[in-house]
Write a protein that binds this ligand. Structure first.
Ligand SMILES: Cc1cc2ncn([C@H]3O[C@H](COP(=O)(O)O)[C@@H](O)[C@H]3O)c2cc1C
Ligand SMILES: O=C(O)c1cccnc1
Length: 348
């Protein structure tokens, strides 16, 4: 069975009249209409996604997928692949940027081994979902087999379903994977489509020679295959953590949960999800505009206006965690705030 058939869950559509009722409810709150700006739109979106007039964003689970990239053999990152496993250990120890942000906003992180090269089987607290030990080198051959693509998407969807089963109101997607801005650039280039140069950025950081190496390797990977069909492109360029994020977005959308999308790499995963199931777009909330070149074009193509613009370029779901208090405030406004009518009647 091919991956498309196996991902055949339905994403329910929203009740048609609900958005208008939610907008009227927001307008009727104890404030001048429109005075809470984009938070009002966010509140309407949260209600629409959850199909309720009283949405909550209390329990938030960040699904943080980790994976390695064969492309690193070409020097696409300034850092060695071993940093991926080292950062997984740091996340599990509660000491990474995402860990401290998650504590500060009260969110749970589930770190998932999507395809880290190192053997992490003895790490307590890690979700073991390794599809294979890193992708193949996409500059030389297809990064993944079609079966591996399907596995990664399905396992990501299963993690989202598990988080929802455990009571998640909101699912955040994030990643750790040295070299993944390179894989993400190739996916963006072929799926959007957009000229490759517009998709390549500095990633975790590069000097002149480093960015030239990255450009050269990605040009060779792109020239190796003319694939444009979604699942073929996913197999050619891979990214196990990217595909699991896409699967998680689809799984959360199917359960009518908002999906908070982090930076460049997570947005490429969101693009993959939308290419597989266009209706998943309605559940996506874009947390921030990353400093990574390419993110602005990607957001524009997805019709997304991210909540924050802080010059972040880290990943790990950090932007999503920082945006979470805005979701909670928007949900609380819709669910708990007095109406102007109550105020004027002296009832609030
Ligand atoms: C210490 C460290 C922690 C990170 N946390 C996230 N990233 C981010 O940088 C990587 C992508 O950049 P590139 O494609 O250039 O390798 C990913 O792991 C991403 O999550 C990190 C990178 C480093 C070095
Ligand atoms: O925008 C991101 O998510 C990003 C950018 C650079 C490096 N790592 C992540």
């Amino acid at each position: 069975m091919d991956a498309t058939a196996r991902l055949s869950f339905t994403i329910p559509s929203a009740e048609p009249a609900l958005a208008a009722r939610l907008r009227a409810a927001v307008d009727g709150k104890a404030k001048p209409p429109g005075s809470l700006g984009r938070l009002e739109d966010l509140a309407v979106r949260l209600g629409t996604i959850r199909n309720t007039e009283a949405p909550r964003a209390d329990k938030a689970v960040l699904l943080l997928f980790a994976g390695d990239h064969g492309l690193c053999e070409e020097g696409v990152s300034a850092y060695p692949s071993a940093v991926t496993a080292a950062m997984v250990a740091t996340l599990l120890a509660g000491r990474a940027a995402a860990s401290v942000f998650a504590r500060s906003v009260g969110a749970e992180i589930r770190v998932v081994d999507a395809g880290v090269t190192a053997d992490l089987s003895d790490h307590a607290g890690l979700v073991h979902a390794k599809v294979r030990s890193g992708t193949r080198n996409a500059a030389r051959e297809a990064a993944l087999t079609p079966a591996e693509v399907g596995e990664a998407l399905e396992r990501g969807a299963a993690e989202a379903a598990r988080a929802v089963g455990d009571g998640a109101d909101v699912v955040l997607i994030g990643e750790m994977g040295i070299g993944n801005t390179a894989a993400a650039a190739l996916l963006m280039h072929r799926l959007l489509p957009a000229p490759l140069e517009r998709c390549i950025g500095l990633g975790a950081g590069h000097d002149e020679a480093g960015i030239a190496r990255k450009r050269d390797a990605l040009a060779r990977a792109a020239a190796r295959t003319g694939a444009t069909e979604t699942f073929e492109v996913l197999a050619e360029f891979g990214g196990l953590e990217i595909l699991m994020m896409a699967g998680a977005a689809l799984g959360a959308a199917a359960a009518r949960r908002p999906v908070v999308v982090d930076g460049f790499i997570a947005t490429v995963a969101a693009l993959v999800a939308v290419r597989i199931r266009p209706e998943a777009r309605d559940s996506l909330i874009f947390a921030h505009r990353s400093a990574e070149a390419g993110h602005a074009l990607l957001l524009e193509t997805l019709g997304a206006s991210p909540l924050l613009d802080l010059g972040l370029r880290l990943g790990e779901g950090t932007g999503g965690l920082l945006a979470l208090p805005l979701l909670r405030a928007a949900a609380a406004m819709l669910s708990d705030m007095a109406t102007l009518e109550e105020v004027l009647a002296g009832a609030a």
